[in-house]
Design a protein around this ligand. Sequence first.
Ligand code: NAP
Ligand code: ZN
Ligand code: ZN
Length: 348
Amino acid sequence: MIKTPAYAAAVAKAPLAPLFIERREPGPHDVLIEILYCGVCHSDIHQVRDEWAAGIFPMVPGHEIVGRIAKVGDKVTRFKVGDLAGVGCFVDSCRECPECKAGLEQYCQVGPNWTYNCRERDGKTPTYGGYSTRIVVDEQYTLRVSSKLTLEGVAPLLCAGITTYSPLRHWKVGRGQRIGVLGLGGLGHMAVKLAASFGAEVTVFSTSPSKQADAKRLGAHQFALTTQGGTMKSLAHRFDFIIDTVSAPHDHGAYLDTLKTDGVMVCVGIPTAPLSVPPFSLIAGRRSVAGSGIGGIAETQEMLDYCAAHNITSDVEVVPIQQINAAYERVIKGQVKYRFVIDIASLK
Ligand code: NAP
Ligand code: ZN
Ligand code: ZN
C-alpha cells in the first residue's frame, strides 16, 4: 500500500483536516498519478455536509484532478511515466451494462464507482478523491491532458467542464440559438464559455450584480439580474435552451416562462429540495425539463481535446489546501471567481 497525505472530513459536516490514506499499489492496468491540482466543486461541499445522503467517512473529496503519471502497470498501453493525466467524477463502472457499453459510464446501471464517497468494484474499499497527493486509477478511466493549457485551469474541466459540455452537445446548442445560463459559478462560467464558443447567444441569469462585467468578459451577450423586479417578465418566450447550474433551492418555474415553444430547461445543479414545476408553464409552449449528469469517458476526452484546441480553461483562484475550509464558505456565498483549485504542492 502507498501511504498518501490527504485532507478529509472525519464525520459529516466536520471541517477538513489532514489525514493519511492508503492507495493500492498499481495493478497491471493501473496508473499512479502524482496529483498537481484539484478543483473544488460545490458537490464536494454537498457531500462532506451530507446534504444529499449519508456519506462514507472519513471522506477525502475532490474529482477535478490533474497530475502526472509516476508509475504504470505492465499492461498499461495508453500512458507512460511523465505524461499528464486527469481524473474526473468516477474511477470505474460495471463495464457490462448497456450504458457502460455505449460510453455513458456516468449512467451505469450498477452505479459508477465515484472517485470518492463510494466503494471500489470489490464493494468494500472506500474511494478517496483528489484532495491528496496521489491516486491510483485504471487507465481506461484516466483522461489524457494536453500540455498546451495551464494545468490549474484544466482541473475544473474534469467536472464543471464536462457537466456543461455534455448537455450543450446533446441538445445541439449552437449558432442561431438563444440560451440562458442560470448561476454564474463554477459550472455556470464554463457553460458560458462553451456555449459562446459553439456560437450561441448567451444570457446569464444571476443573483449577483457584481458578476455583470465578468459575464460579458466570459462571452455572454446579456446579463439578467434575477433579483431585480421585472427581469423575468421582460425575457418571456426568449430562449431555446436553459442550463440551470444553481446549487441552492430556487423557483424553477419562474425560468420556464422564459423558454420559447419547445424550449428545454436542463437541470445540472443539485439543490437539496425537489423541483417544483407549474404544469401550465410546461403545457403552454410544449416545454421540457430535463437533467444531465457529468459525461462518459469518451465525451470527457472529446471535451478536453476541444478545450485544448480552442484555448478554453476555467477562471481559477489557486489556494493552498490549508485554506480549504474558508474556501468552502466563499463558494457557498457565491463569491468564488469562478473556481477554487487546490495547489496540491501545499500538501507535500
Ligand atoms: P457554485 O460554484 O457554487 O455555483 C453555483 C451558483 O449558483 C452560484 O455562483 C450562484 O450564482 C448561484 N446561486 C447560489 N445560491 C443561489 C440561490 N440561493 N439562488 C439563486 N442562485 C444561487 O457551484 P458549482 O460547483 O458550479 O455547482 C453547481 C451545482 O451543480 C451544485 O449543486 C453541484 O452539486 C451541481 N453539480 C452537478 C453535476 C452534474 O453532473 N449534474 C456536476 C457537478 C456539479 P450567481 O451568483 O450568479 O447567482
Ligand atoms: Zn463536481
Ligand atoms: Zn455499467
